[in-house]
Ligand binder design. Structure first.
Ligand code: SAH
Length: 223
């Protein structure tokens, strides 16, 4: 799967995706990730990507031409849908991430300033995605969240498929508390059942614990 990100800060992406599961997937060629400098698609001497809002008001708005030209160029190598990161967009959740993981690629546009000229959305038939009801200063961190959530669902990226199956939100019986050694840390002990070797009991305990978490976190998928 191919991810092309359009941003005024392409340098932010390298360090984040060099490490860990996604970094290894890039090395192994399972996914491709490229961050493209929006300013490459300007034609003026100052490489300006923003301008004053029509109708007045504070701040600046991202100009339509560079974004549209960038996406048009990237489309030649990326057949996936275009996503604009926007706080009012469709809320990202595990279901949306797995739907997007079925695409051959994604072209992700990061906004800055007061947002992106609205004609970009209509001209590119883009999908707007939000990572939550709060406002960040730019779309780069949201784009990283989206890329990470989608990339780890691409087959092979996470080595053991069992690990995805037991993730929170994957199904109703998920998100139980996890423990590793030492079994006693400063008097805080691991629940006996996990040391019992009785797999049926362990499974039952995990199911109960996951159900309790669903009560306190209503966002988790219900049975
Ligand atoms: N004034 C705008 C906020 C712009 S924030 C408004 O109230 O909607 C600048 C950019 O940051 C946005 O264009 C978007 O790309 C990104 N951004 C901020 N918060 C976001 C969120 N919760 N989800 C996705 N993108 C976000």
């Amino acid at each position: 799967m191919r991810f092309d990100v359009v941003t005024i800060f392409p340098g932010m992406f390298g360090p984040v995706f060099q490490q860990g599961v996604v970094g290894r997937a890039i090395e192994r060629g399972l996914i491709q990730l490229a961050a493209h400098d929006l300013r490459q698609y300007t034609h003026d001497r100052h490489r300006q990507v923003d301008d004053m809002p029509f109708g007045g008001g504070p701040g600046m708005v991202m100009k339509p031409e560079p974004v549209i030209e960038a996406v048009e160029t990237l489309r030649a190598n990326n057949p996936g849908p275009v996503v604009l990161m926007e706080p009012w967009g469709e809320r990202l959740n595990q279901e949306l991430a797995s739907e997007l993981a079925g695409q051959p690629g994604l072209i992700v546009v990061c906004g800055r300033y007061e947002g992106i000229d609205d004609r970009v959305r209509t001209a590119l038939q883009a999908r707007e995605i939000s990572i939550g009801d709060y406002v960040l200063s730019g779309g780069e961190i949201p784009a990283m969240v989206l890329v990470d959530a989608v990339a780890r669902l691409v087959p092979g990226v996470v080595g053991d498929p069992e690990s995805l199956a037991q993730d929170s939100f994957a199904d109703e019986m998920t998100g139980w508390p996890q423990f590793t050694r030492p079994a006693d840390y400063r008097g805080m002990t691991v629940p006996d059942v996990l040391l019992s070797g009785d797999h049926a009991r362990i499974k039952q305990w995990r199911r109960q614990q996951a159900a309790q978490r669903r009560v306190s976190h209503p966002g988790v998928k219900k049975t």
